[in-house]
Design a protein around this ligand. Sequence first.
Ligand SMILES: Nc1ncnc2c1ncn2[C@@H]1O[C@H](COP(=O)(O)OP(=O)(O)OP(=O)(O)O)[C@@H](O)[C@H]1O
Ligand SMILES: [Mg+2]
Length: 448
Amino acid sequence: MESFYEVGSRVWLLEGEDWVPATVTESKGAEVTFRTEYDKTYSIAKDSLNRQKVTPMHQTSVDGVDDMANLGDLHDAAILHNLHLRYKNDKIYTYIGSILCAVNPYYVVEGLYDASVMNSYREKHIGELPPHIFAIANECYYSMWKKGESQCVLISGESGAGKTESTKFILKYLSDVSRGTGETENMPKVEDAIIQSSPIMEAFGNAKTVYNNNSSRFGKFIHLKFNSKGRMDGGSIQDCILFLANRVVRQNPGERNYHIFYSLLAGASEDQRSEYLVFEQSSRFCPFLAAEAIEESLVQSEYNLYKNAMKVMCLTDEEISDVLQVISGVLQLGNVHFMAAGGAQIAEKSVLENVANLLRVDIYELSDALTQKSMTLRGEEILSPLSVEQALDSRDSMAMNLYACTFKWLINKINQRIKGNDSFSSIGVLDIFGFENFDVSHGTALCT
Ligand SMILES: Nc1ncnc2c1ncn2[C@@H]1O[C@H](COP(=O)(O)OP(=O)(O)OP(=O)(O)O)[C@@H](O)[C@H]1O
Ligand SMILES: [Mg+2]
């Protein structure tokens, strides 16, 4: 009998079609007993055992490795086992060659992102220190110098994997290195603006989903420009992968609308409530009262955070107020209802009046836009009434488009604030939105 059937030996045991890590717990008489790491026990006749059913575990799998390119066992189970071993010891990062694999801990790993840790990765090659997101950011920065070539980090993973958090750690590291160059003459603090762009983008582009309380519903490519002295002197943000505007008008069970709606509803002061015509009653687009999960204090602090971040972006008070009025206008649009009277008619004029005031448009033109369609026949514009159902669709499309345009306008504003000069080289960071598995897919992720 092979020596690895001795008690205490670590082995891979075939369970169905998968290898699972196991330990030999007994080897007496005609049977060997194995206990898997998932607490299942198998007693198998010795004479039926062979290497197709049980194989010895390589020492690298027993101890765990920093870089999975060095694993002696090459199958999915060995990779998952190694990640799990490390995760149990708060080692959430592991290399696969030059690729970094991060396991989301869903709690703050103490000290993992401290300034001292950040400093320790400066000018170190990948592999000199334990795997870390800072090592990747550092490698990008120094490769840009050594090779004189622009660099790019691609962050991928399912929804809730930790892509956006990883992006923020990379930005944090790069802005810290940039500040460390001491290159400050007359430079606007572009690093601050780039860091502060995250809360704004998250307020308008992130929402609670079943997978992630802060799920990005758009993909972004952040392009950071560096001057010849190594200082970050500009950048740009592209919302490169479709923005999912349909969430503005309907959400799946257990999900929420974009954060900014709740912040406005819970965070606005009395004065701001009357300025933005925010009322207690919920909007159909944002079932506020039904969302017991909202912690008001948190939403209030978010509201202030978003407003401050908009100020760092050099948005004037008037512009901030305009944005919030449009957001409130979108909310109130959700309360516009129609009745059938020879075509769709606005049911409650006062609701439409609020929307028109917030959007600063003429109420009659707004009413026509919602309840009529126009066609041009032989150069002549002809208006015909919509049915109630069509008017509801038209209202929803208007809300989605208004929101998507506001989002684009904000990104343009951010880009104006952070744009720099023609620079030496750049680093791009791509943070996409993670796909989710639904029982029923409405195809919105593909068609929006
Ligand atoms: N390194 C980390 N340390 C601690 N918590 C983390 C870390 N990374 C992610 N998290 C937690 O997981 C949550 C989800 O992470 P994140 O929003 O980055 O996921 P995502 O991959 O961007 O998802 P989506 O595709 O839905 O946008 C965060 O809000 C945070 O609570
Ligand atoms: Mg994200």
